[in-house]
Design a protein around this ligand. Structure first.
Ligand code: PEP
Ligand code: MG
Length: 746
């Protein structure tokens, strides 16, 4: 879009109109028609259902306002909204797309110039001018109307219009898979692209241009410093590692883009047309993002992140930091999210999360469940479609996110919220009762936790203990591996909270999607199968020993349970246990009992069960990782999330065999993957003989309720018959669900 300055008088008057407060669209169209000397000026706004409605006109019949409607793609106006391109037509009525609307009285007007009203990639409507004479509008006139359209879009977004005139931007419903249960309703906060600035119009373009130049200089200086110091350019470049060289290349490309910045010139032009420096940066970055999005080349599309990053840096340099603090109860919208980022947002008080990509066993999802933060993923395009502050309704029970919900939907939502409350209240009654099945089997239901703030959940849900304490989560929250005394204090607090209930601490499970910035981690093609978890601990024994010491000190003479993640063979278990025992020999007071176990997450360990069962004090099945390696299906790839099933013959047969082997060896066996927290899976595992299930707090009472109504003996008979059929079924979920419908109350 051209950004040549429109007539200054029009811009000045538009700004004056904005400054007066809410201005009706009617006044705007009057002003534009008068200043641009056109006989007609009309604004069509986007209404729910992809419909453009005539919202204001100067020159067409007033009766048509609120009546004339065109679908996106229909008529000239609809075509402009569909393509996002302006149309300049000397003889509009003979254009193939023309759709006649008699009520407008437009028969009189031959020529038409229609320009999209678009902001941050979203179509808000169309502004059109018309004249009787058949003529093509001059390039300067087109530029003027485009500038007006840009200003108008900014004014609308800044809330200048009255609610009645405000384009009712379409409500958007997105199907999304639930990752952490719950409901939330609040204003959107976006992770990634910068929030649009609060002030969009400025009176002094010179001052704004000077601010932009200063900010650009500050940004470039920052980038240069990052290059020179951060990547060590000045010192012996020939000695650089390939990784360093690669990082330099990326940074150089980034710096070049920042220096060249055709988009920055566009920002300057936008300032000339009356925007603040912030609004101009935001607008130009949004435009560039939109152009890049249409590019098929994945490398170039990846540069989108750079543009976002750069725009963010510029806005920060312009003093725009405050834009990132979310309103309380906000719903976070993000393309992807790592666990550290989630924690960061959590501390800022968000009420729910909608992701475009994410899967149930990803760590961000696990964390969301632990924090009781509703989360859903798979809402493709939601980040794009939303503006910060838009209302978002998140139903992470059914799997839906709705942007700008309508009143009816809000009411239905309130009813769902109520139903959920009463279901949870019914489960409350089970809190202080032991987990007993209908046929009298007693199970241990434990918690998976990782943060101090989750410890109160133990009493809140009546858990039997902590079956998996993810020690790395606190480190991720802090952004660093803490020292021994600090760790010891933290572990002591966990044991204090548990009282006489058992706690199993898992040693650091860093790497893959739980990368700590301080821990130099080479780039890997397959980080989930990479240098992570116990491998990292064995290669950096000081890290593991220090943690063992902290755990023993924290236990302070109480009983202690420690387990290792991602054990691939017995030798690794032995090596890790030896490190712990070496520390245990030194730390006083010694724990009253020290149980050392392994997680079953890597399939190779299944073929060393003989020696393993001899040496471990307990085993815990980590279904998240075990299933990803068993099926060769990345746990954080959304497209694979439902492809392979825990309730399938290979997994269930394996579980039955594991139960038998562990029982014969007298070794306690538990399950601590996410599947343990799903009622149907939990009941099936119990029927196979698993007696300890460890899960996130939000699921515990629901699982207890399902177990209370389940006759495990009956279920086992049914299950054996299913497995006995050995018919190559990919999943037994359907028949098991049907059985559960009849026999279990969830
Ligand atoms: C697992 O893999 O099942 C597990 C419990 O560990 P995490 O999810 O932390 O990898
Ligand atoms: Mg794991």
């Amino acid at each position: 879009m051209s950004l040549a300055p429109a007539p200054r008088r029009l811009l000045t008057r538009l700004r004056a109109l904005a400054a007066r407060g809410p201005a009706p669209l009617a006044e705007l169209v009057h002003l534009v028609a008068a200043e641009l000397v056109t006989e007609v000026c009309s604004i069509y706004v986007m209404r729910p259902g992809e419909v453009l409605e005539l919202a204001a006109t100067e020159g067409l019949r007033q009766e048509a306002v609120g009546q004339t409607r065109l679908r996106v793609g229909e008529g000239i106006v609809g075509l402009v909204a569909a393509t996002g391109e302006a149309l300049n037509l000397p003889d509009a009525q003979n254009h193939p797309a023309f759709a006649y609307r008699g009520e407008t009285g437009e028969d009189l007007f031959a020529s038409m110039l229609a320009v999209p009203l678009r902001r941050a990639g979203r179509m808000l409507g169309v502004i059109a001018v018309q004249n009787r004479n058949p003529r093509r509008y001059e390039p300067g006139e087109v530029e003027d109307l485009e500038t007006v359209a840009m200003l108008l879009a900014e004014m609308i977004a800044a809330g200048v219009e009255t609610p009645a005139d405000l384009p009712a931007v379409m409500p958007n419903a997105f199907a999304a898979s639930p990752l952490a249960p719950g409901l939330a309703l609040g204003p959107a906060v976006l992770h990634g692209p910068a929030a649009p600035p609060a002030t969009t119009l400025a009176d002094d373009p010179e001052a704004e241009r000077a601010r932009l130049r200063e900010a650009i200089a500050a940004m470039r200086q920052g980038l240069d410093a990052l290059l020179d110091n951060g990547l060590g350019v000045a010192h012996a470049p020939e000695a650089q590692s390939p990784e360093l060289a690669a990082s330099r290349e990326v940074m150089e490309a980034y710096r070049l883009a920042a220096a060249d910045g055709g988009w920055l010139r566009r920002a300057e032009a936008a300032i000339a047309s009356g925007l603040t420096a912030e609004a101009a940066v935001h607008h130009s970055a949004a435009e560039l993002r939109e152009r890049m999005r249409r590019v098929a080349n994945p490398y170039l599309r990846e540069r989108l992140a750079d543009v976002e990053d750069m725009a963010q840096r510029l806005l920060t340099a312009l003093g725009g930091e405050a834009a990132h603090a979310p309103a309380p109860g906000a719903v976070l919208l993000a393309r992807r999210l790592g666990p550290a980022e989630l924690l960061d947002w959590h501390t800022r008080g968000i009420a729910g999360v909608v992701l475009e990509e994410g899967s149930p066993s990803g760590h961000a999802a696990i964390l969301a469940r632990a924090l009781g933060l509703p989360m859903a993923a798979g809402a493709e395009g939601i980040v794009e479609a939303a503006d910060p502050g838009d209302e978002v309704l998140l139903d992470a029970e059914e799997g839906q996110a709705v942007l700008r919900p309508e009143a009816e939907l809000r009411h239905a939502f309130a009813r769902a919220l109520e139903a959920r409350r009463s279901r949870l209240a019914a489960h409350e009654a089970l809190r202080d009762r032991p987990a007993l099945t209908a046929d009298g089997k007693r199970l241990s239901l434990m918690l998976n936790v990782g943060l101090a703030l989750e410890l109160d959940r133990l009493d809140a849900v009546g858990a039997d203990g902590i079956g998996l304490f993810r020690t790395e989560i606190a480190m991720l929250a802090r952004g660093t591996v803490t020292d021994v005394p600090e760790q010891a204090t933290f572990y002591a607090r966990v044991l204090d909270a548990a009282g006489d209930r058992p706690v199993v601490f898992r040693t650091l499970d860093l790497g893959a999607d739980k990368a700590l910035p301080g821990l130099a981690h080479p780039p890997e093609d397959n980080p989930a199968m990479g240098w992570r978890s116990l491998r990292l601990g064995l290669d950096r024994p000081a890290l593991l020993r220090r943690q063992a010491r902290a755990l023993l000190l924290g236990a302070g003479g109480r009983r202690l349970g420690i387990m290792f993640p991602m054990v691939a063979n017995v030798a690794e278990f032995r090596a890790a246990r030896a490190l712990v025992l070496a520390e245990a020999a030194r730390v006083r007071p010694a724990p009253t009992s020290l149980a050392i176990g392994a997680m079953l997450e890597v399939p190779s360990l299944l073929w060393q069960l003989g020696p393993l069962l001899h040496e471990v004090d307990f085993l815990s099945i980590g279904t998240n990782d075990l299933l990803q390696f068993l099926f060769a299906a990345d746990r954080s790839t959304p497209a694979l999330a439902t492809r392979y099933d825990m309730l399938s013959p290979p997994v269930l047969t394996l579980f039955a065999q594991l139960v038998e082997r562990a029982r014969a060896a007298g070794v306690p066996l538990s399950v601590c993957g996410e599947h343990a927290g799903r009622p149907l899976e939990a009941v099936v595992m119990a029927a196979l003989g698993i007696e300890t299930l460890s899960m996130q707090a939000a699921s515990l009472l629901e699982v207890k309720a399902a177990l209370a109504s389940a006759d495990l003996g009956k279920l086992r008979t049914f299950l054996d018959a299913l497995l006995g059929a050995d018919d190559g079924a990919a999943s037994l979920r359907e028949p098991l669900e049907a059985w559960a419908q009849e026999n279990i109350s969830f």
